[in-house]
Design a protein around this ligand. Structure first.
Ligand SMILES: Cc1cc2nc3c(=O)[nH]c(=O)nc-3n(C[C@H](O)[C@H](O)[C@H](O)COP(=O)(O)OP(=O)(O)OC[C@H]3O[C@@H](n4cnc5c(N)ncnc54)[C@H](O)[C@@H]3O)c2cc1C
Ligand SMILES: Cc1cc2nc3c(=O)[nH]c(=O)nc-3n(C[C@H](O)[C@H](O)[C@H](O)COP(=O)(O)O)c2cc1C
Length: 794
């Protein structure tokens, strides 16, 4: 409740400067401005702090906001009075409920707190007053220059910040209008869980995000895509009609309750687009005062992870902290603002990343998941949408639910599930494709070892593959195995163009088949313009010093400035290379490989046909998706024709060229569909290495979104690869249906028995170790259990 000292000013005249240490003006009385104001006043009552807000004290938009426990802890440390007030007004709930396709599913342990936005602002306003912050309402600020005597101006004026817009050059805002439409409503029905309701109309899917925030009100946000929004004529609907539409659509979950709007401040449609904002710089000197952005004026995070208010409050805390650390006097302000921006930019980027994943999930949910995934898996995908909550996080939150899901997943994978036994985690479920059954979902990704002579496998390869097969992976892939001597990347690459090589391969594949239950895949490829180079440790991609062989590619474009220039493939080359692939396939059948993967990625020959960066052909093999894919598909079909029907085939694609003008995941989806129609069973979703100009964005599971997109949009099974390094990653990916298999490369170089070790680490004992190694299994598991139990008394 706001006390009597609140000033209701309509005048533009600003109060005369009084005795102070610093003069601080916060433009905008949202969570950021109010909280910073009160913290600074609390730090030093001599500061003169003013918060100016265009609205009346109770006149705010929005319904409830949600917080996490971590934010509350932070607030408690900085101002226990507000924290206590907020906590006593909190509505706490643990459960998430999902409604889709007639199913209602619930999980617990998710720990949210919700508070009405009005209530939160009133608590902050009252505390500001108690500390002596000057609150000015009903005043629209047009410019920061209205406060010439301010040392510091906080632009806490929200997403449409006038102050930020005045100094676009300095702040470099990058504002992206996201495609979905949403309307932020409320209802008097109280929900005892954070509820997600998905409803299909004749035009597509709508979703509601619903959470209670006080004794009798819940937030009710409804979202859909632009085309569905328009198909229903909502672009022409006024607020009353929009509400009526939503009430009817969500009548089951509303159960007779009405929806309410409080967006009177909005002009035009009550349906909004989320604006994603990142600023290149957060502070600026306007010639008289330092101006700094805070909260939504500086950055936004989508409501899908509900962190906008948290970020605003944490900005306020960090800036106060920097004043405390470096000294709260005007001369220190430039250093303080720089430090504030440096610290906050990292945290904000982390949250924005998670928010982006979650937001994108909701943007594609209708076209990608809602129709294709079964409700149980759909719910798992929803819960892990930000990729910050993993399989093991879910176990901590709700073990019973997760184990139920693991059993559901295992049963779908063909396991005879024992309802009382320990469930089998998703990565350890079998996978069947055509006549091939893999005992688990872990794949050793293809890795060139550059250790052959004349393409001939030797004892290094026997030990290399043999030890990984003993190490528990369900499927091993050969390195890119070349179909002719001139198809090699380096003189050290393996081949399968003669009988001697086939015999040497057979020795290795037979060892794997007779000694382990791993299956063995052959990755077949042709280096194209990236051939005739040195082995990796002597200069990756560098041309040989001597003994170079001529190169071919889709077009006569070198990979690097100092690379050999390939010649554009002629009709004769096209036929010869296709015949080489077929001959290698026939040898692969004799060797006994279980699956073939056609290497169409990483800038090698077939990849160069697929990418517009490397394919400039004007004949039937270039110029459109259809033409670019023509040759890779011809090769694929020629292999498929001779490769036994009961054996599967995979295609490795670079799903993103990471280069302007190159392929993106949308292009990869087009190619994946073509390969699917040609008989491909799996797409192995890699990226990059097509252009030296590439700017990949690396990170944990960085290529998994490509696999997710292809699997769920195209409807083809996929292999996820790239920075997957723990069982928890693999379980999360497989369980959510982001891929069917997980391939790991570098982790298998570091640990030949990666799969066995990861099983032990997550407490799965049922995975068979080679019988010769059984005594090692027991000791390994015991040691892990001891380490987990912590130091024991001696
Ligand atoms: C649908 C939706 C749901 C959301 N849900 C959540 C959630 O669950 N949890 C969460 O943490 N966040 C949520 N948010 C985000 C949250 O509302 C904001 O991130 C948060 O309010 C940012 O605080 P702020 O102080 O920076 O800006 P704001 O809250 O926008 O405050 C800015 C203030 O400045 C005032 N102002 C603007 N211009 C002027 C001017 N020229 N002169 C005077 N005053 C001015 C405005 O009136 C406003 O009061 C949600 C947002 C949306 C759109
Ligand atoms: C030493 C090494 C050699 C590789 N050789 C190949 C290869 O022959 N064929 C291929 O498709 N990918 C190859 N790759 C890429 C990997 O298969 C994998 O996609 C990539 O390393 C990302 O997985 P990771 O993060 O688990 O290492 C190689 C990677 C490494 C580290």
């Amino acid at each position: 409740m706001l006390g009597s000292k609140a000033k209701y000013m309509t005048s533009n005249r600003f109060a005369i400067r009084t005795e102070k240490k610093m003069r601080i003006v916060c433009i905008g009385g949202g969570p950021a401005g109010l909280y910073f104001g009160l913290l600074m006043k609390k730090e030093n009552p001599a500061h003169h702090v003013t918060v100016i807000e265009r609205n009346k004290p109770y006149d705010t938009f929005g319904w409830g906001v949600v917080f996490s426990d971590a934010t509350m802890e932070n607030m408690r440390a900085w101002d226990s009075e507000t924290a206590q007030e907020i906590e006593s007004a909190f509505n706490h709930w643990d459960d998430i409920e999902v409604l889709i396709k007639g199913k209602r599913m619930r999980t617990t342990g998710h720990g949210f707190v919700g508070i009405g936005r009005k209530k939160l602002l009133n608590i902050l306003q009252a505390r500001c007053e108690a500390l002596g912050v000057e609150l000015v309402f009903n005043r629209e600020v047009d410019s920061d220059l209205e406060f010439p005597d301010a040392d510091l101006i906080i632009a806490s004026d929200g997403i449409n910040s006038k102050i930020r817009n005045r100094y676009q050059e300095a702040f470099k805002p990058d504002l992206v209008v996201r495609p979905n439409r949403f309307i932020w409503l409320g209802t008097n029905k109280r929900y005892d869980a954070f509820t997600f309701d998905f409803r299909r109309t004749e035009h597509g899917w709508f979703q509601a995000h619903i959470y209670k925030f006080d004794e009798d009100t819940s937030t009710f946000i409804i979202e859909t895509t632009e085309d569905i929004f328009q198909a229903h004529g909502l672009d022409k609907a006024d607020e009353t009609r929009s509400i009526a539409f939503c009430e009817e659509l969500f009548s089951e979950v509303l159960d007779g309750a009405n929806l309410m709007s409080n967006a009177r401040h909005l002009r035009g449609s009550a349906w909004l687009n989320f604006n994603r904002l990142i600023c290149g710089k957060w502070s600026h000197f306007n010639g008289q005062s330092h101006v700094v952005l805070m909260g939504d004026a500086a950055h936004t995070a989508h409501f899908a992870i509900g962190s906008g208010t948290k970020l605003a409050l944490e900005d306020a805390i960090e800036l106060t902290q920097q004043f405390r650390k470096l000294g709260a006097t005007p001369d220190k302000i430039p250093d303080i603002l720089a430090a504030y921006e440096e610290v906050r930019a990292v945290d904000v980027a982390r949250i924005q990343n998670a928010a982006r994943n979650a937001m994108e999930w909701f943007e594609v949910v209708g076209s990608r998941y809602a129709d294709t995934l079964e409700p149980e898996q759909f719910m798992y995908s929803l819960l892990t949408r930000s990729q910050r909550i993993s399989h093991e996080n879910l176990r901590v939150r709700d073990k019973v639910w997760l184990e139920g899901y693991e059993r559901w997943f295992a049963a779908r994978s063909g396991i005879n599930v024992d309802p009382d036994g320990p469930p089998v985690p998703p990565m350890f479920t079998p996978y069947r494709v055509r006549g091939l059954t893999l005992q688990n979902r872990i794949v050793m990704s293809p890795m060139a070892m550059y250790s052959a002579n004349d393409g001939l496998p030797n004892d290094f390869h026997l030990v290399h593959f043999g030890s990984r097969a003993l190490g528990g992976a369900g499927l091993l892939f050969s390195e890119m195995t070349c179909v002719s001597p001139d198809a090699r990347i380096t003189p050290g690459c393996l081949g399968l163009w003669n009988d001697e090589q086939a015999a040497a391969w057979k020795r290795i594949v037979d060892f794997v088949h007779t000694t382990t239950s791993a299956k063995f895949g052959l990755q077949l490829g042709h280096a194209g313009r990236k051939g005739s180079t040195r082995v990796a440790w002597e200069g990756i991609d560098q041309p040989l010093e001597a003994g170079n062989w001529p190169l071919i590619s889709a077009s006569a474009l070198p990979y690097m400035a100092n690379s050999q220039v390939p010649h554009a493939m002629t009709r004769a080359d096209v036929e010869r290379v296709k015949a080489d692939f077929v001959a290698a396939t026939k040898r692969g059948i004799e060797v006994g490989f279980d699956i073939i993967e056609l290497h169409c990625a990483h800038g090698y020959l077939l990849s160069c046909f697929l990418s517009p960066l490397t394919n400039r052909r004007t004949d039937e093999y270039g110029g459109s998706h259809e033409n670019n894919a023509r040759y890779p598909l011809e090769v694929f079909r020629a292999i498929r024709d001779v490769w036994p029907q009961e054996k599967p085939m995979s295609v490795r694609l670079s799903c993103h060229d990471w280069t302007e003008g190159g392929n993106t995941p949308a292009d990869a989806a087009i190619y994946a569909k073509m390969f699917k129609e040609a008989g491909a069973d799996l797409v192995d979703c890699s990226s990059g290495q097509v252009s030296k100009e590439e700017k990949p964005v690396y990170g944990r599971l960085f290529q998994t979104p490509f696999s997710d997109q292809l699997r769920n949009e195209v409807g083809i099974a996929t292999v996820a690869v790239g920075a997957i390094s723990e069982a928890d990653h693999a379980n999360s990916i497989i369980a959510a249906g982001r891929a069917d298999l997980c391939a790991l490369a570098r982790p298998h170089l570091a640990d030949t028995a990666w799969t066995l070790h990861e099983a032990a680490k997550i407490g799965v004992k049922s995975i068979a170790w080679p019988k010769q190694y059984l005594s090692g299994k027991a000791q390994y598991e015991t040691n892990l259990a001891r380490a987990a139990a912590g130091p024991q008394p001696s």
